[in-house]
Write a protein that binds this ligand. Structure first.
Ligand code: NAD
Length: 321
């Protein structure tokens, strides 16, 4: 029997590259697609020698053509960190809207099952805590983060419409903050920012008073949850994240302890519309997928720190693309 074929968009990014590794390991033929706007080919270069791997340099907001059959499509292309999507807001809206539409059209034509990468940002600055999938969110459509949050909300709507009206098999994962090797040190997210500052011998910057919370999930746990959701028969959104919540101030202190840096925490004004708290309710993932995170923060952060520490020294000073 020939190998199942999966298309992964955003394949050169942080999560996309880990998905490529996982699907190769499971014996799939992986078709990776990326326009490298925020991604890096180094994340997948180890796969280029494999016969069961191919790469298309393509913008998925434009028409997508993939020859041959497809069994699955995972749509992960999108700028994901505020630093990126505030710099390229129109491309962010386009990849969430047009990119998703193109992928769904492809899924319909190929009779493939499609999973889209949604986000906890669809809950905005949540008024319900922890966030269950039933919560509709609190998003400011014209605020600075609206370009990302609304793109993802549209993505969910059009995905559900293709499921309902065209009977395309679809899955929606709502991903909460995830971390691990292959994140970019300069992507502005808390963990790489803190570790980068510690490695450069700078003070650690906390926004606001640091009481805002996040819940960080290690990448291997997330990939397992996504794989299980794809193989499940559940078309409605499912939260995948680690409910172990921590304030950003406490998190910065954990990084100071881990890295042994002599630097201190400095406080800066909170960006507009920054969510005050974030914690997934993962009851659905537990019940439907038998999934829960296995890797605790201290283990995951240590592994990620080792990854950043081993990078060439100049990476520490690289500016965002
Ligand atoms: P990333 O920036 O590392 O990866 C995104 C990839 O998509 C990059 O390689 C980029 O070049 C590519 N891309 C962007 N626009 C494209 C386009 N128009 N055509 C082709 N490729 C394009 O980000 P990530 O953290 O790996 O996030 C991947 C997906 O997961 C995104 O859809 C993001 O919204 C979602 N997500 C991530 C997190 C997280 O914590 N990392 C949380 C929630 C949701």
């Amino acid at each position: 029997m020939s190998a199942k074929r999966v298309l992964i968009t955003g394949a050169a990014g942080f999560l996309g590259s880990h998905l490529c590794d996982r699907f190769i390991k499971e014996g799939f033929h992986v078709i990776a697609m990326d326009n490298l706007i925020t991604g890096d080919l180094r994340n997948i270069e180890h796969l280029f020698k494999l016969e069961q791997f191919e790469f298309y340099h393509h913008d998925v907001s434009k028409f997508i053509h993939v020859p041959g059959e497809l069994d699955y499509i995972l749509h992960f292309a999108s700028p994901a960190s505020p630093i990126d999507y505030l710099k390229i807001p129109i491309q962010t809206l386009k990849v969430g809207a047009l990119g998703t539409h193109n992928c769904l059209g492809l899924a319909k034509a190929k009779n493939a099952r499609m999973l889209v990468a949604s986000t906890s940002e669809v809950y905005g600055d949540p008024l319900v805590h922890p966030q269950t999938e039933e919560y509709w969110g609190n998003v400011n459509p014209v605020g600075p983060r609206g370009v990302y949050d609304e793109a993802k909300r549209f993505m969910e709507s059009i995905t559900m419409a293709y499921h309902t009206f065209h009977q395309v098999e679809t899955r929606i994962v709502r991903i909460f903050n995830t971390y691990g090797p292959r994140m970019r040190l300069n992507d502005g997210r808390a963990l790489p920012a803190f570790i980068g500052q510690a490695l450069r011998g700078e003070d650690l910057t906390v926004f606001g008073d640091g009481s805002q919370t996040r819940s960080f999930c290690y990448v291997d746990d997330l990939i397992e949850g996504i794989y299980r959701l794809l193989m499940s028969d559940h078309p409605y959104p499912v939260n995948i994240g680690n409910p172990d919540e921590i304030s950003l101030k406490d998190f910065a202190e954990e990084i100071i302890k881990l890295t042994g840096t002599q630097q201190k925490i400095v406080y800066r004004p909170l960006p507009k519309d920054d969510p005050k708290q974030r914690k997934p309710d993962i009851t659905k993932a537990k019940e439907l997928l038998g999934w829960e995170p296995k890797i605790n923060r201290s283990e995951g952060v240590r592994t990620t720190y080792q990854y950043f520490k081993a990078l060439p020294h100049e990476e520490l000073f690289k500016q965002p693309k």
